[in-house]
Each structure stands twice: as C-alpha cells, then as structure tokens.
Design a protein around this ligand. Structure first.
Ligand SMILES: Cc1ncc(COP(=O)(O)O)c(C=O)c1O
Length: 444
C-alpha cells in the first residue's frame, strides 16, 4: 500500500472504453493496474489480483510470457514497421501459413487486421466481395444473432445483438441485417454443464429468415460458436451443425467469430474443431499473440479467396486493408505464441483444466441469488438475480468484493464471467470459485 492517492481531477481527460467513467473516477482505488506477471496483476496500491478473465480473454498464457516478450524485443532490432500495401515481409506470410495449418481442411488464406472488430467488418466485406465476384451481387443481407457480440464497428454492431451496444447508435445500423433468436433459456438449460441438450431447434429459425428474405438476398450468417461477451452462452448440442446444414442448402456463407474461442480457449485451435462444425470464414484476434500487440485476422476458405482473385492481375483485387495489417511486432509475438501453444502442450493443459473449472464453478449451485451457472472450454459464467429495479448493481458489488479478496472478475449486466489463464493451476481455479462464493455473500 505505497502509492499516494490520485487526485480524481487528473483522471478526467481519459474517456475510458466500455466503462462507467464517472463511477470509476470516484472509486478507482484497487482498480488502477500497475504491472502484471503470469496470472496476476498488481495494482497501484500493491494488491495482487488473480486475472480471472486472462486480460479480456486474450492473455491465456499469462502476462509477459518470456518467449513472447523476447520475440517482441528482438523484432524491434530488425523491422519496427513495414508497409503491407504492395510490399511484403516474409514472417507475415509464414504466420498466415501456420494459421491455415491449424484450421480445419478447406481454409487457405489469412487477412490480417488489428482487432476483433476489424476482423468482423473485414469478413462481412469479404462475403459481399465473394458473392459479387461470382455474379451474385444481390446477396447482401447478413444474419447475426440476438445477444451476439461482434465488436464495435458499424458492421459488427449491426450484426451484433446486445441491446446496450445498439440502441444509442440505431441510426448507424447497416441495412439488410436480421437476427436469429439467442439460445439462452434459463427455464430449459439453467445449470447445464457444457453444451445444453435443449435448443438445437432454434437454428431452424434460419429457415424462417431465409424464407422471409429469400436465399438469393442473403450473403452470410455470423455467430460466435460460443457467445463470450453475453456471458458464456454455450451452443445447444446440434445447433451449430444445423446452422451449417441450412447455410449449405441455400449457398449462404457461415462465419464463426472466434475472437474469444480461437487459439486455445476451447482446448483446440478453434471452436470449429471443438464443436466439429466447419464454417467458411473464421474471425480471430486476442489469443493469436496472447494480447501482447494488437492483431486480428480473417481465415477464409481457399474458394473464397480464389473467387475474389478476379480482374487484371496488375490490379488490386480487394480494396480493403489497414495501415497496421500484420504489424511486424504483432507478427513476431504471434509466432512466439504459436510456438508456446504447440511446444508447451497448452491445448492439452487446457483440456485438463476444463473439468476442474466445471466442478469448481458448479459447486456454487445452491448459493442464494445465483440463477445460472454455465461453462464450456475454459470459460464459465455465473448469472445473478438482479437487485430489483437496479440491474447491474449486484454484479458490480460482487466484482468490488472480489477485488478486495484478490480476484479480478469480469462483470457485465448481472453476470460474472471467468476465462482464466490456460496456465492456471487447479488450485487457482478452486480459489477463484471459492472467492466468488465469498464475494457473493459479502455483497448481500
Ligand atoms: C466474439 C468477438 N468478436 C469481436 C470482438 C471485438 O474485438 P475487439 O475488441 O478486439 O475489437 C470481441 C471482443 O471481445 C469478441 O468477443
């Protein structure tokens, strides 16, 4: 407890993302991070916090992993930045190959971006470009899902289905978007372990939307294989398979947004393999380089790339890209991350932790005020009954009680989400659950 208190007026200039700015600036004690090492942050006051969400689902290997840090340092001595428009850097091409090699069969190319939001908007544009190149320019509609989160770009916001993220920007929604119903139903699936057995039929709603709009107008369906930001909503058994069948039937592209599920969270390279359903495109970010330098991307089936490679070959084929697409520091960090994932057997480690997390979080069942506990891969959520008339306050109180007890939980709405580091010990996962129990009790 050595840091002097901060003058709240010095905090004013920073407009914080996805945060209650006014509340934070008055209650920042224990919430100012100072440094991090492995699975722990340390706050300005010297409090150690277990990182229950691996950063924001991105630092699965723990913070400041030495191999990733070394790769970034070494890269700084070689090439800081290199233009990726009409010029190349060999490690970026090699990284694309490594990612393709981790994907299910049929994938051929990777387009690099800097975030999940950019990955989603890029994938939507690719879907339009693909259909246009094949003479189906009338396929312009996108179908997302209620409660889906696909980032904050205009495209991602429009296909997303989280009301709070949409209502303020209603006028900016891209046209021609419809939504599947979400699959979260407390009456049918509360306290399910892993995939709920109820709910596959909800995928059939896609048939209804296709009948309403006509298949010839639909470009793509985009879903998170497991919905992370809405609070770990796990797909019912057979649901994703059914979406795949319907998309195939009507020539609609299926996009999996794997910004959270990619690169280890499911104990596999992608949710596609975990759920045994192969989409046409996969968006990724976060885990690709352990959150160390912004990097995201879109993995596409080779056939999509091939179709887009049209026109005179001296001309740009896809008028899209970012100044920092495939930034050399991010690429170096990604190579090191993929090395660690494979050489240190991380997917196996995750698979060993999954049942530990499952039994730890479900041991809270019966605790007053918990209305649901769910889990899938190395992710879990506990849903709390809201305080009447004050939605969101309950989870905030639990979050603050957790901080005092050395746990940094993620709260959103009245949910507490957990996506602990892949390198956590079983004991740390048990401690996380038991502190959550205490924090819920403290908050009463
Ligand atoms: C599934 C999904 N898509 C997109 C995003 C947006 O990623 P970013 O915040 O890097 O733009 C997120 C972020 O959590 C996400 O979970």
């Amino acid at each position: 407890m050595d840091a002097a208190p901060l003058d709240p007026s010095t905090l004013s200039p920073y407009w914080m993302p996805f945060s209650h700015n006014r509340y934070f600036k008055q209650h920042h004690t224990l919430r100012m991070l100072d440094r991090a090492d492995g699975v722990y942050y340390t706050t300005r006051e010297g409090q150690r916090l277990f990182d229950c969400l691996s950063g924001l689902w991105c630092c699965g290997l723990g913070h400041r992993h030495p191999r990733i840090m070394d790769a970034i340092r070494q890269q700084l001595d070689v090439l800081d930045y290199g233009t990726a428009f009409q010029m190349g850097y060999e490690p970026t091409f090699r990284l694309a190959q490594r990612i393709v090699d981790m994907a299910p069969p049929g994938f051929g190319q990777v387009f690099f971006v800097n975030s999940g939001s950019e990955a989603v908007d890029t994938a939507l544009k690719m879907a339009l470009a693909y259909h246009r190149a094949r003479g189906e320019a009338h396929r312009t509609r996108f179908i997302g899902r209620e409660k889906g989160y696909h980032g904050v770009g205009f495209g991602g916001m429009s296909v997303g289905g989280m009301v709070a993220n949409r209502k303020m920007f209603a006028a900016g929604m891209i046209p021609g978007v419809d939504h599947l119903p979400h699959t979260h139903n407390l009456q049918e699936m509360a306290f399910s372990k892993g995939q709920p057995t109820w709910g596959a039929h909800l995928a059939d709603e896609l048939e209804r939307l296709v009948a309403l709009h006509d298949a010839s107008t639909v470009a793509a369906v985009i879903v998170e294989p497991m919905q992370g930001s809405a609070g770990v909503i796990v797909p019912p058994v057979g649901y994703l398979q059914r979406l795949r069948e319907i998309c195939d039937k009507y020539g609609i592209l299926l996009i999996f947004d794997e910004v959270i599920t990619g690169f280890g969270r499911m104990g596999a390279a992608f949710g596609a393999q975990y759920f045994a359903v192969t989409p046409d495109m996969i968006t990724f970010a976060k885990g690709i380089n352990n959150g160390s330098v912004p990097l995201g991307g879109v993995l596409t089936k080779h056939a999509i790339y091939e179709a887009c490679m049209a026109g005179p070959d001296h001309m740009v084929e896809f008028f899209h890209g970012y100044t920092y697409s495939g930034h050399p520091l991010a690429v170096a960090a990604a190579h090191a991350t993929l090395d660690v994932l494979s050489e240190e057997g991380i997917f196996e480690q995750v698979n060993q932790l999954v049942p530990v997390l499952e039994s730890a979080v479900h041991s809270l069942k019966g605790e007053a005020d918990i209305v649901d506990i769910r889990n899938c891969g190395l992710a879990a959520a506990v849903e709390l009954a809201p305080i009447p008339g004050k939605p969101g306050l309950r989870a905030l109180q639990v979050f603050e009680a957790g901080l005092k007890r050395g746990m940094l939980f993620r709260f959103s709405g009245d949910m507490i989400a957990m996506g602990p580091p892949f390198v956590s010990t079983a004991q740390q996962l048990h401690d996380m659950a038991s502190v959550l129990r205490d924090a819920i009790r403290d908050s009463r």
